[in-house]
Ligand binder design. Structure first.
Ligand code: SAM
Length: 287
């Protein structure tokens, strides 16, 4: 099987198997070797690494991963791609393809079995419709992870990286930055894929923090505060929290906590840093 990663060999594989793209699975296959090399380089894959690839498609990036890593597990939801992957990956002995929905998989168990529970590297060109649940699922379930290097919609990559005071800043920025250091490593235009997506993409590396950058007594509560304050962007933080059904503090308690932090009662959530959300959460827990 020829090396993939260019338009000719990708089209040849698609025609050989009479493959029909499934919109519901967010299928846009990479056809640019420079982008593949960028991803492998950014993920810093070496011969000692176990790599989990989410959504291998026809196996374009998987071939690269097999060349560079010790072992690869690729999880693909589309059953029509499984025979294609058997063909395109037939020369590699260090890969296992699992036909599964990644959102339903016990990844901790996989890490235990394949990497003795040691942190793994995750690499993916993600279907855009499940980017956030995949990333947050990996972080919140505390699966041992060293880094996640992923292709996402450019706009989503920007949201993960920004701080307070920008329009893209929101719950996703804070959640990602609580768990990891985000770095955009490449911008990728639509013509690097078949079929072309409507929007630009970016590769972002999320390097998991060894230790959380802020100390917070109740993670769950801090994220409830964050979600509530961005759900109602145009409201003040106090009103946003007061209207949230899962937050039970009174207006007075919230105003008092803000005062203790040296903040005005009419402050908006989008101006608070991660440190400030952690501080607010810790103050409210004690009330
Ligand atoms: N990695 C390939 C590439 O770069 O050419 C394909 C990328 S394509 C954007 C996304 C892939 O993820 C598709 O192959 C799609 O079928 C698969 N996929 C979509 N939802 C999935 C899920 N829930 N679990 C596993 N794979 C999924």
């Amino acid at each position: 099987m020829a090396t993939l990663g260019n338009p000719q060999s990708t089209i040849a594989v698609l025609q050989k198997y009479n493959f029909n793209f499934q919109k519901k699975f967010g299928q846009n296959f990479l056809i640019d070797t420079r982008v593949l090399e960028k991803i492998i380089g950014a993920a810093n894959i070496g011969k000692e690494d176990f790599v989990l690839e989410i959504g291998p498609g026809i196996g374009t990036m998987t071939q690269y991963l097999c060349e560079h890593a010790r072992e690869v597990v690729a999880v693909e939801i589309d059953k029509n791609l499984i025979p294609i992957l058997e063909d395109t990956l037939s020369t590699y002995e260090n890969v296992q393809v699992i036909h599964q929905d990644i959102l339903k998989m016990d990844i901790s168990c996989l890490v235990q079995e394949k990497n003795r529970g040691e942190p793994i590297k995750v690499v993916a060109n993600l279907p855009y419709y499940i980017t956030t649940p995949i990333i947050m699922g990996l972080f919140e379930s505390h699966v041992p992870i060293e880094s996640i290097t992923i292709m996402v919609q450019k706009e989503v990559a920007d949201r993960m990286q920004v701080g307070p005071g920008t329009k893209d800043y929101g719950a996703l920025s804070l959640a990602v930055q609580y768990y990891a250091k985000p770095e955009i490593v490449a911008n990728v235009p639509p013509n690097c894929f078949i079929p072309r997506p409507k929007v630009g993409s970016a590769v972002i590396r999320l390097t998991k923090h060894q230790q959380a950058p802020v100390q917070v007594a109740q993670e769950r509560q801090m994220f409830a505060l964050i979600r509530a304050s961005f759900n109602q962007r145009r409201k003040t933080l106090v009103n946003g929290l007061n209207n949230a059904p899962d937050i039970s503090y009174s207006k007075e308690e919230i105003v008092q906590a803000l005062e203790e932090m040296g903040l005005q009662a009419n402050v908006r959530g989008e101006t608070l840093t991660l440190e400030q959300f952690a501080q607010l959460s810790n103050l409210l827990v004690n009330k």
